[in-house]
Design a protein around this ligand. Structure first.
Ligand SMILES: NC(=O)c1ccc[n+]([C@@H]2O[C@H](COP(=O)([O-])OP(=O)(O)OC[C@H]3O[C@@H](n4cnc5c(N)ncnc54)[C@H](OP(=O)(O)O)[C@@H]3O)[C@@H](O)[C@H]2O)c1
Length: 245
């Protein structure tokens, strides 16, 4: 049930599963309308829409097709006439140590993540900050600042998100748009489900709070940056249980 409804509209990428689905649910709980993108999990976003009649717009978006970003934003703004919040959550991950990973795969991780981020924000810019507080939140990663073996491509993308967000914060502040990065540590989702038990234990032991984070905890931090942190821009919020300390 929506606690209270507002006019606000958020676009959340990768809203079908994991952290993106958690962010979509928490925004809905606050009365924000959500356009949720999916690649293969359309039925999951449709289910969310059925649970929140008139307040969820499922939109297909593949990070591999950044040229469709304009159409995605047009779909949302054509439907609701506004766009206040953009949460760039969907990400392509493929691991592999640099000595062994196919360079084509390595570059695909960089290209699909970065091009889609730039394309979606660019398409959204004319709609953001039209008289109300507007927030762009990019879901980065703790791996972007401290690295992880097998993650040279993914960590490069997440490190780039910080420079991208800080530059964009400077470009968009005059228009009332805040741009921030949330940098989660290890979180229990499909993305981390293949980590072997022994490695999970090692990671948890290296985390001050002694465990992986939950989707709900990360979503809470993302919604804080998107909707509440009205004096934060260009910030990087670590939500990693102290893993990077
Ligand atoms: N889990 C972690 O430990 C962790 C830690 C730090 C940062 N993060 C970041 O948090 C964000 C969410 O991660 P997660 O763990 O929630 O991932 P997840 O459970 O694997 O979900 C990934 C989401 O992204 C979408 N997606 C994947 N590839 C896509 C593509 N090519 N085009 C469009 N959408 C695509 C998926 O859509 P479909 O289901 O429709 O295919 C799904 O909604 C990512 O930016 C990730 O890098 C995660």
């Amino acid at each position: 049930m929506d606690a209270e409804t507002t006019d606000r509209v958020a676009l959340v990428t990768g809203a079908s599963r994991g952290i993106g689905a958690g962010i979509a649910r928490q925004l809905l709980d606050r009365g924000v309308r959500v356009a949720g993108t999916y690649r293969s999990g359309g039925e999951l976003v449709e289910k969310l829409a059925a649970d929140h009649p008139g307040r969820v717009l499922p939109v297909a978006f593949d990070l591999a097709a950044p040229e469709t970003a304009d159409a995605v934003v047009e779909r949302v703004t054509g439907h609701w006439g506004r766009l206040d919040t953009l949460v760039l959550n969907a990400a392509v991950w493929q691991g592999g140590k640099l000595a062994r990973i196919d360079l084509g795969d390595w570059w695909r991780v960089i290209e699909e993540n970065l091009r889609s981020t730039a394309a979606l924000v660019r398409a959204a810019i004319p709609w953001l900050g039209r008289g109300t507080d507007s927030g762009v939140v990019i879901i980065g990663s703790a791996v972007g600042s401290v690295g992880f073996p097998g993650d040279t491509a993914y960590a490069s993308v997440k490190a780039a998100a910080v420079g991208f967000a800080r530059s964009l914060a400077k470009e968009l502040a005059p228009h009332g748009v805040r741009v921030n990065v949330l940098a989660p540590g290890f979180v229990d989702t499909d993305m981390t489900s293949a980590i072997p038990e022994a490695s999970r234990r090692k990671i948890a032991d290296a985390t001050l709070l002694g465990r992986f984070g939950t989707v709900e905890e990360i979503a809470k931090a993302a919604v804080f940056l998107a909707e509440d942190a009205t004096f934060c821009t260009g910030a990087v919020l670590a939500a990693d249980g102290g893993w990077t300390l």
